[in-house]
Design a binder for this molecule. Structure first.
Ligand code: F6R
Length: 608
């Protein structure tokens, strides 16, 4: 969702800005632009469409001389995608220019006031109020003007700003939208995310809410909203740029599907020690674990689907009541907080606006919050009481795969830890679980071997209009994720249904040839799911079943079957999701769609 890059140093800025923006393309965008100080004035180019249009227009940045600048990829919120609404935005005099991520919630009130003062708005964006407000407050001191603007606006923002009369500086500020600052020998940078600047530096400062930064070629100065200087420590990024490149794969999504054995292994292995699950970062004593009365899992999208699986596992294994909620619902639903509640926020990016707001809501009510987060140093990681990292590495494809798998692994570990401490499973059961858990990475590898088979099957469904995914219990949780993967990248309408619920209305949509993907990995409800398969078959559905090895008799009922290796029923999601991810990938590929950057979607959803 919108990307910002800024640079000031010895090199020509425009090619660095374009390169940085290309590393943020995964976030989703519909227009792009850059502004640079060319020695006497600020010049700007911005266009609707892909970054390559801007790249061509500026000949890779060559036509825009200058050693300082800011750039932006925009994901439209206020105002449709267009050249005019694209960022950066100038004031009338072209003396101040701004790029912005986030949403200014009180923009229409501010806009009316500014219009009364004679400011003319040329775009439909909320961002434009920022540049006019800066103009209103600017009296030669950029930091003071930025402070004043920050006090006037409500909402979220990461800002990159240039002032024509301060050509040797670029400025940035943030609230509830991510922004980092990079320090390098060739100059200093700002960006929405690490991949944009990793080519130039590993030394990064994470900006906190309501902080301002002023960058020159040699210096980086931080201020709080009162204009007081801050001392901040940089962190060193320890992963490599290769981790954020395609490495020979046609798409990031396929690469990330293939990285799942490693993501799961890296998440599990450091926490399995001498036959125990050791999660030091949980920060809870055994006593506190025993006294936990309720868990609330809160997340969005696929992370929420991992949470639905988590509910079945934590309740089943550790016998703790678990609520799962969508962050956008939780934050406004006035939940009942009981003593002994643990909130778990699951998020790949650690920046999802609704999840972050839910975290704050829970903490404000005195609830302890554990973050299960992939991006180190992200907002959720920093604001949670404790954070358990998923070690999936950078995930670039908009459709999550490896981070989701790592989230499942983290939840398995958590459930096993709670179950062991609360003595709801025996030592023998724990040992069995541990053995099965350790086997998951290699079983995923085995399933990846069936990619050609899945591709052939996917190619038969390229023209489908709608599909269903059904299952019971954990199989229902798998269905939710399988269905989302398919619809988000193939644009085929798809619904996930609890298999027993279909007949209460939705089965009327099943007709001759409708593809129904039936998950049947849970032995306890296997025969019930078979009955549901028969129900849809009777209405003409074509059924692809995903079940455990050893259930070959299912071939009498289902039309096409995928078998997953034997594992504990609690862990079936980690295996059954693999063919579903591959299926979604190959349907999208076969339909000629942009697999990694599906329309309308953003990788990091930093607005509510
Ligand atoms: C779907 C997908 C999204 C995210 C959701 C939450 O493939 O990636 O549904 O899971 O936007 O994002 P995070 O995990 O970053 O909070």
């Amino acid at each position: 969702m919108c990307g910002i890059v800024g640079y000031i140093g010895d090199k020509q800025a425009a090619p660095i800005l374009l390169d940085g923006l290309s590393k943020l393309e995964y976030r989703g965008y519909d227009s792009a632009g850059i502004a640079v100080f060319d020695g006497s004035r600020i010049i700007m180019e911005k266009v609707m469409g892909r970054l390559k249009v801007l790249d061509e227009l500026t000949e890779g940045g060559k036509t825009m001389p200058g050693i300082s600048g800011i750039g932006h990829t925009r994901w439209a919120t206020h105002g449709s995608p267009s050249d005019t609404n694209a960022h950066p935005h100038f004031n009338k005099e072209h003396s101040i220019v701004v790029v912005h991520n986030g949403i200014i919630e009180n923009y229409s009130k501010l806009k009316k006031k500014l219009e009364r003062k004679g400011y003319e708005f040329v775009s439909e964006t909320d961002t434009e109020v920022l540049v006019h407000l800066l103009t209103e407050y600017y009296d030669g001191n950029p930091v003071a003007a930025i402070e004043k603007v920050m006090r006037r606006v409500e909402g979220s923002y990461a800002l990159g700003i240039m002032f024509k009369d301060h050509p040797h500086h670029i400025y940035a500020a943030r609230k509830d939208s991510p922004l980092i600052v990079g320090q390098s020998s060739m100059g200093n940078l700002i960006a929405s995310d690490v991949p944009a600047i990793l080519k130039y530096t590993r030394s990064v400062y994470y900006m906190e809410n309501e902080e301002i930064v002023c960058l020159s070629k040699e210096n980086i100065r931080f201020y709080n909203i009162d204009g007081e200087a801050l001392v901040k420590e940089p962190v060193t990024i320890d992963w490599d740029i290769d981790a954020a490149e395609k490495g020979g794969y046609e798409h990031f999504m396929l690469k990330e599907i293939y990285e799942q054995p490693k993501a799961v292994r890296d998440t599990i292995s450091p926490r399995l020690k001498n036959g125990e699950v050791v999660i030091e970062e949980l920060g809870m004593t055994d006593e506190e674990i025993r006294h936990t009365r309720k868990i609330i899992i809160i997340a969005c999208g696929s992370a929420y689907h991992a949470g639905v699986t988590g509910k079945y596992i934590l309740e089943g294994m550790a016998r703790i009541p678990v609520e799962v909620d969508l962050a956008s619902e939780f934050r406004y639903r006035n939940p009942i907080y009981e003593e002994g509640t643990l909130a778990i926020i699951i998020s790949q990016s650690g920046e999802t606006a609704d999840s972050l707001a839910a975290l704050r809501e829970a903490r404000n009510h005195g609830v302890r919050v554990l973050g299960i987060v992939n991006v180190v140093g992200s907002s959720i990681a920093r604001e949670a009481d404790n954070v358990m990292y998923t070690w999936a590495g950078p995930e670039i494809s908009v459709a999550t795969t490896k981070a989701y798998s790592a989230q499942l692994a983290a939840l398995y570990l958590l459930a096993m830890k709670f179950a062991k401490v609360r003595e709801t499973i025996t030592q023998e059961e724990f040992a069995e679980l541990q053995k099965d858990l350790e086997k998951i990475p290699e079983q995923i590898e085995q399933l990846l071997g069936m990619k050609e088979k899945i591709q052939r099957f996917a190619n038969r469904y390229l023209a489908a209009d709608h599909m269903f995914f059904i299952g019971r219990g954990i199989d229902y949780a798998i269905s939710l994720e399988g269905s989302l993967k398919l619809k988000e990248i193939s644009y085929i309408h798809s619904e996930a249904y609890a298999a027993g619920e279909l007949k209460h209305g939705t089965i009327s949509l099943v007709e001759e040839g409708t593809l129904v993907v039936a998950l049947a990995t849970q032995e306890k409800v296997y025969s019930k799911t078979i009955s549901n398969i028969v129900e849809v078959k009777t209405r003409g559905a074509f059924v692809m079943a995903v079940t455990n090895e050893g259930h070959e008799e299912i071939e009498k009922t289902a039309d096409y079957v995928i078998y997953i290796p034997k594992t504990n029923a609690y862990f079936a999601n980690s295996l059954a999701i693999i063919p579903l991810q591959l299926f979604a990938y190959y349907v999208s590929l076969g339909r000629g769609l942009d697999v990694d950057k599906p329309r309308n979607l953003a990788k990091s959803v930093t607005v509510e």
